[in-house]
Ligand binder design. Sequence first.
Ligand SMILES: NC(=O)c1ccc[n+]([C@@H]2O[C@H](COP(=O)([O-])OP(=O)(O)OC[C@H]3O[C@@H](n4cnc5c(N)ncnc54)[C@H](O)[C@@H]3O)[C@@H](O)[C@H]2O)c1
Length: 271
Amino acid sequence: MSEWLELEGRTVIVTGGSSGIGKAVVEALLENNANVVLADLQEPQQELYDKANDDQLLFVRTNVTERSSVENIVNEAKKKYGKIDVLVNNAGINIPRLLVDPKQDESQFELNDAIFEKMVNINQKGVFLCSQAAGREMVKAGKGVIVNMVSESGLEGSEGQSAYAATKAAIYSFTRSWAKELGKYNVRVVGLAPGILEKTGLRTPAYEEALAYTRGITVQQLRQGYTNKSIPLKRDGKLSEVADLVVFLSSDRASYITGTTYNIAGGKTRG
Ligand SMILES: NC(=O)c1ccc[n+]([C@@H]2O[C@H](COP(=O)([O-])OP(=O)(O)OC[C@H]3O[C@@H](n4cnc5c(N)ncnc54)[C@H](O)[C@@H]3O)[C@@H](O)[C@H]2O)c1
């Protein structure tokens, strides 16, 4: 498999690679002998370093919302590996909030400016900043791939998660538009849109409490509903299944794929 994908020696930046999907992506890339630049607010656990050969994993503490911090990733990646082949825009957050909460005035579960701006900054502006910084290098090199972690909610909408879903809808659009701009420089831009997955760092108690509230159900009911009847495959997706798609899209085996976002949701299309 690793030989078929031919990722050995490729340099891949993964934002948000210390937890959840990003961590699974880093593991899959290391298995495929790629060099990984892990850009995250928090350092990965030792187990991730243990999976890397000498010099195969570089952690760069990064805040994707700050231009100087993002430019630092590119500089560090070039210093260590001399080039950037792939950027995986994965860092993201989700804070569920209602547009209107008729149950209480000044509700903590109603969307406010600060929460809206925080989600747009990380999920949308962060993708723009990282793609611009890495994209400049790829255009100069005449080759590269940008892989965006979207979410099926971006197309489908999501009760209690409108601001999050809207940031993801923006990434569908970035993916299509940047593919049109960068194709002539041999730079591909692709997305993937997971549905319901096994638990990640994103599913915190505060997240579950807020999402259950916005849907008028208990946290218990919310948990039962994660693997609900609307998924034809009748189970959550594995993080490794999402990582496998990222790795494929990053490789030259996907060389004629650009400007599109793959649904990876076990057949679930509405929710
Ligand atoms: N978990 C799911 O079910 C699911 C479904 C669809 C899409 N997604 C998307 O997948 C991506 C990863 O989500 P996850 O569930 O693995 O979450 P997670 O919370 O486990 O991991 C997110 C990582 O991003 C990092 N991060 C957050 N803000 C950052 C910033 N400003 N700068 C740099 N790093 C930052 C965090 O430190 C963390 O390590 C997100 O874009 C999310 O929207 C997740």
